[in-house]
Design a protein around this ligand. Structure first.
Ligand code: SAM
Length: 356
């Protein structure tokens, strides 16, 4: 195991076993307060021992998961895995991967009782011990997963390119990466990234948002979207003093694997999309990302990329699409290849190259 991974593993074992589940910053506790109501209902059924050891920084639980195979990278004690278990239902499946046996032991312990609480005849959850940089050795096949989620984990990896390549490999065509993590507004200097505590608290390894965009582009995601972005709450004077002027944010990202359809900027083909309703949790409108919300029944002019995200994915049965790509009318108006500033931060353009 690489030194960084060993240090991170020890950091989380120590918190789980010795520190009564407590981290040094508030980054991983604010998330518990921000769940949408339909998810909160499920969370209320989850064993308190799992919740005590939740270290996520967001809620990477997308809509419309019935029957899906979902993979949770760095699942910890399994709060998101069990939430997803209920959402995918008995015909779906959730796989949780983590390298830390102390956390996996807690997750595993509740497998049967959680299935029983959800009214399932047997558990639809499986936990695998291993590294998120090498899913192949865990037997996770090419194109076998509908949705990959992860909650405050990828920042901890010493080899993020391998992680994203593995995600791309295991996703089906039309499948989705949907994850929450901590990001930085600049490259984190070495004295901070090498500090074991700052690394363990999800700050040291945080990706600079523009390098993140470049990395996703390189692996295959030419356009991805932010769902939300909020300043990361640190609430520890000592740690705030060490990080100085770096601004950390907690972001949730969505990136569909559509290699033949997604272009590097948004193009205008004269297409319209109508959300017809029907998705649980989105009765009157559907939020695709932080700057596209489809009101039920209202035709919306969409660029080629946005159109593909609702027409060629698991959302397609809830949409009526008008138009195709036969005629091209130039770039989609308002599109920017501009930086990855999210609307919530600056009130301006968002995401990995898409329209505003
Ligand atoms: C901040 S915790 C988040 C845990 C969980 N997602 C949650 O929301 O409670 C990070 C988790 O990622 C795991 N982890 C970090 N790096 C990993 C790697 N390279 N491979 C596998 N697991 C990793 C740690 O063991 C830890 O359980």
């Amino acid at each position: 195991m690489s030194d960084v991974r060993k240090e991170v593993k020890d950091y989380y074992s120590n918190i789980t076993v010795n520190e009564e589940g407590k981290m040094k910053t508030s980054i991983c506790s604010c998330a518990l307060e921000n769940f949408p109501p339909h998810i909160q209902e499920i969370r209320n059924q989850i064993d308190p021992e799992i919740i005590t050891h939740f270290y996520g920084c967001g809620s990477p639980i997308p809509l419309e998961l019935t029957g899906c195979t979902v993979l949770d990278l760095g699942c910890g004690t399994g709060l998101d895995v069990y939430t997803l278990s209920k959402l995918v239902g008995e015909k779906g499946k959730v796989i949780g991967v983590d390298m830390n046996e102390d956390q996996l032991a807690i997750a595993e312990k509740h497998r049967d009782s959680m299935a029983e609480k959800f009214g399932f005849s047997k558990s639809n959850v499986e936990f695998k011990k291993g590294f998120i940089e090498d899913l192949k050795s865990l037997g996770i096949e090419d194109g076998s997963v509908d949705v990959v989620v992860s909650n405050c984990v990828i920042n901890l990896s010493p080899n993020k390119e391998d992680v994203f390549k593995e995600i791309w490999r295991v996703l089906k065509n039309g499948g989705e990466l949907y994850f929450s993590d901590i990001f930085a507004d600049r490259r984190v200097p070495e004295d901070i990234s090498n500090n074991k505590i700052l690394r363990g608290e999800c700050l040291g390894g945080a990706m600079y948002i523009e390098d993140f965009r470049r990395l996703l582009n390189k692996v295959g995601w030419k356009d991805f979207r932010y769902m939300s972005s909020t300043p990361a709450p640190i609430n520890n004077f000592e740690i705030e003093r060490l990080i100085g002027n770096i601004k950390f944010s907690s972001r949730t990202v969505r990136a569909f694997k559509l290699p033949d359809l997604i272009e590097d900027i948004c193009e205008q083909y004269g297409q319209f999309a109508i959300y017809n309703g029907g998705i649980i949790g989105s009765e009157f409108s559907l939020k695709l990302d932080d700057h596209h919300t489809f009101e039920k029944g209202l035709p919306m002019s969409v660029c080629g990329n946005t159109c593909a995200m609702v027409e060629n994915t698991r959302f397609s049965k809830y949409f009526t699409i008008y138009g195709n790509r036969d005629v091209h009318y130039g770039p989609f108006e308002g599109c920017g290849t501009s930086p990855s500033i999210s609307q919530d931060d600056e009130g301006s353009c968002s995401g990995g190259s898409c329209c505003c």
